[in-house]
Design a protein around this ligand. Structure first.
Ligand code: 15L
Length: 270
């Protein structure tokens, strides 16, 4: 796979960021790592640049002399409107605008299945369906996907948008038997997204080769992704540890699972 001069990884101290810090190292001469959380000590090929994504000047500095960005920073779960908008919407805008001004070629964006969470698990959806976000968090991911599409059409800045299912060491519940992506498959998907010769604006579903699947994953195959893991090997363990859900439970009906049943988080603040 081609070697880049410099890749920026945002969210490098997060759960997936830590996996990619190791997994992407062979792809770049310099791996620039950023987060608001501590990043530890720098390895030989690493540059540590702490930054708040809501601070445009800091993000401008972050994106200088970078070939491509793996944007995994921001809030990774539902939150209050203030939290989600500042880290994911302002933060997403700052990344795209700083990439444009710095001439960055491509962003690999950690979107989420929650941008389309209100489709039912019985509907076979592909990457072309309209967004149906299930939370403010999902709305922020849908917003950044639209922003990415705009930056491609108007300014020629490419994006692969990864609608990640559930990326954990192992599936934790019955839904994740369909939505799970292993860490090994994550590294492959991000590597392929960085290395593909042409992507324009391209959305893909980030899941392993699970026997049970909610989404049409063919757009990921177009960029060479061939997942190696399958959640099925965990089925017995997961089913023994969890009870089946009621048939009218939204967490069972919709692909977004329990996120579709979350309240508005601002209500808890008042
Ligand atoms: C996500 O987008 C979250 O980041 C992750 O924590 C999981 O909740 C995942 O979705 C999921 O849908 O399982």
């Amino acid at each position: 796979m081609s070697k880049f001069n410099r890749i920026l990884l945002t969210g490098a101290a997060g759960a997936l960021g830590k996996v990619l810090r190791v997994g992407l190292a062979p792809l770049a001469t310099h791996l620039r790592l950023s987060d608001v959380q501590p990043l530890g000590d720098a390895d030989d090929n690493e540059e540590l640049v702490p930054a708040d994504l809501a601070d445009f000047d800091a993000v401008m500095d972050l994106c200088k002399d970078v070939d491509m960005v793996a944007h995994f920073g921001g809030k990774a779960v539902e939150g209050t409107s203030k939290e989600v908008f500042s880290s994911n919407i302002t933060g997403g805008y700052n990344i795209y605008e700083a990439c444009r001004r710095n001439g960055v070629k491509r962003v690999v964006f950690a979107s989420s299945n929650h941008s389309i969470g209100y489709y039912k698990r019985t509907e076979r959806i592909d990457d072309q369906v309209p967004h149906r976000p299930d939370t403010l968090y999902g709305v922020s991911k849908a917003f950044t996907e639209d922003l990415a599409s705009f930056y491609w059409d108007k300014f020629g800045l490419e994006t692969v948008s990864l609608r990640i299912g559930s990326c954990f060491p192992e599936p934790k519940d019955r839904r994740m038997l369909a939505t799970w992506m292993s860490h090994r498959d994550l590294v492959q998907l991000v590597s392929r997204s960085l290395a593909a010769p042409y992507v324009g604006f391209h959305a893909v579903y980030g899941v392993s080769d699970n026997t049970e699947q909610f989404w049409d994953t063919s757009s990921a195959r177009l960029i060479g992704y061939r997942p190696e893991d399958n959640a099925e090997v965990y089925r017995e363990k997961v089913e023994a540890a969890t009870s089946p859900q009621e048939l009218d439970d939204p967490a069972l009906i919709y692909a977004g699972g329990m996120y579709t049943a979350f309240p508005h988080y601002d209500d808890e603040q008042t």
